[in-house]
Design a protein around this ligand. Structure first.
Ligand SMILES: Cc1cc2nc3c(=O)[nH]c(=O)nc-3n(C[C@H](O)[C@H](O)[C@H](O)COP(=O)(O)O)c2cc1C
Length: 283
């Protein structure tokens, strides 16, 4: 690799990053990119970490970025539990089915929908009971806002040279996780985020996404847009996985395994009961 190539590799242009995301077929962005967008375009999940710490100062910045995200009605109905203790990370991993990225990350962040704090505040200020937490709308509000916070956090971590992966399997066993983290009533684990210093030997890179015409509709939804776009993507993603030694990958097959039957939900079809057990009755 020449020095020029090395410089390009460390600081690729927006056009190159867009091409990595969509493949050569994409005509390229119409507008100029910038450092923020380039960071977003460079995202990849990191599941292999070096044994190095995310510092408390970095964590503080990451959470400040998370809290800077928009908040429905400024309710701020989420909290995050940062787990660094090795024995606790190991127990959490075991409870969720065993995930090396939880065991080996520096800090495991559990984003929770949290109506507990606001309920206490209203009760203390007004002496009245709060009775809307059980409605599905409020569950959705707290889940959406937790996701927005988590993504802001991951982007902030990536900007610091860290990496991470979201962990939806916290919802495989939310009640056990709630016991482990001492989550009170009206607090429910939404998603985990394993964060650490990326191990450069991990065999992964920019994972292709669907062609934009599949997801971007102008003025009205185009119900036929999926067809040619998904055929193209099927090949593109298969090529990506083949580069890492996984032959004959099929996205449609993976989708079918995940959404084709209830078995693909890893037990999460019971989530209504689990939510209710924590006060989110989802009426
Ligand atoms: C809400 C959410 C939950 C996820 N849960 C998991 C998980 O439990 N385990 C995992 O390995 N990756 C998980 N991921 C990561 C996705 O698999 C990953 O983002 C996707 O395959 C695209 O790859 P990329 O992030 O490298 O671009 C999750 C992502 C999101 C957004």
């Amino acid at each position: 690799m020449t020095n020029h190539d090395a410089a390009r590799e460390s600081d690729p242009s927006t056009n190159e990053l867009v091409e990595r995301r969509y493949g050569a077929a994409h005509p390229g962005p119409l507008a100029d990119g910038n450092a923020t967008i380039n960071l977003q375009l460079r995202h990849r999940s990191v599941r292999k970490f070096l044994p190095a710490e995310v510092t408390d100062a970095q964590l503080e910045l990451i959470v400040a970025a998370a809290q800077s995200g928009s908040q429905s009605s400024n309710l701020q109905v989420w909290s995050v539990v940062a787990v660094r203790d090795q024995a606790r990370k190991d127990r959490i991993s075991a409870a969720l089915g065993g995930h090396p990225y939880i065991e080996h990350c520096s800090v495991f962040l559990v984003w929770t929908a949290d109506f507990n704090r606001n309920t206490r505040i209203v009760e203390a200020a007004h002496g009245t009971e709060v009775d809307s937490v059980g409605y599905l709308e409020n569950t959705l509000v707290s889940f959406v806002d937790s996701g927005i916070a988590g993504q802001n956090a991951l982007l902030a971590a990536e900007s610091l040279g860290l990496g991470g992966v979201f962990v939806g399997s916290v919802r495989n066993n939310p009640l056990e996780l709630s016991r482990e983290l001492n989550l009170p009533e009206y607090v429910f684990p939404v998603v985990g985020l394993a964060v650490g210093v990326p191990d450069p030997t991990e065999r992964a890179s920019t994972k292709p996404r669907l062609p934009q015409r599949a997801v971007l509709h102008h003025e009205q939804y185009d119900a036929g847009a999926w067809e040619s776009a998904s055929r193209e993507y099927e090949q593109h993603l298969a090529d990506y996985y083949a580069d890492y030694g996984r032959e004959n990958y099929s996205w449609a097959f993976t989708l079918n395994r995940r959404i084709g039957s209830v078995e693909g939900m890893h037990g999460r079809h019971q989530i209504r009961e689990w939510l209710a057990a924590k006060g989110f009755d989802s009426e």
